[in-house]
Design a protein around this ligand. Sequence first.
Ligand code: ADP
Ligand code: MG
Length: 212
Amino acid sequence: MTLDVGWALDWVHAAATSVAVHRDELIDLDRQIGDGDHGANLDRGFTAVLARLDGLEQRPAQVGDVLRLVATTLMSTVGGASGPLYGTAFLRAAKVSALPDLDASATVALLEAALDGIVARGNASPGEKTMVDAWAPAVDAAVAAADNGASPAGVLAAAAVAAEAGAHATIPLVATKGRASYLGPRSAGHLDPGARSSELILRAAAEAAAST
Ligand code: ADP
Ligand code: MG
């Protein structure tokens, strides 16, 4: 079993739906430790992604083509910290996904590239209460799953479970990067909005793969 451009399109649609469903929750989370725009920012971005996909005259050929469109659209429409972070994540992921089909190791490479992009852009380490706290354990779990012979869908399922745990584990953390760091110790006790949205996006990837 491999992941093709159909999966990439399903992923993007599922992510857009999930972000829309959780828009108010993400706004609320960002209101607690930031400026309250995260849900609206991301929803605007993914709505623009769907519009651009709808407007394409030709179906994209490769996974990377879809991810590049996501990257450029999020970069120009999301704003805030998360626009450039997600934009860079999808751009790096696109670069390693210029393939018609992804096997398990290519799926791991996609996730690793996305995390590398987030870290290159935002310079956060795990434990700083950012989206890295969802992506880093997701990548670790993906590597372990692939080493154990998991399919691409199995790799993504493992990544999604780990992202959920990683996002939840941001609650007690004190933020030392991004807007939430302005609150210092008062940032503890709240779920990081970017970690939560990362969990949703990775869950969407796994669900799209499970239904292919
Ligand atoms: P802003 O903080 O500019 O309003 P958003 O609300 O859209 O931007 O996104 C906030 C999220 O961005 C945070 O919850 C966090 O997960 C993520 N974030 C902020 N700074 C960084 C960073 N340096 N590295 C990784 N993620 C970050
Ligand atoms: Mg914000």
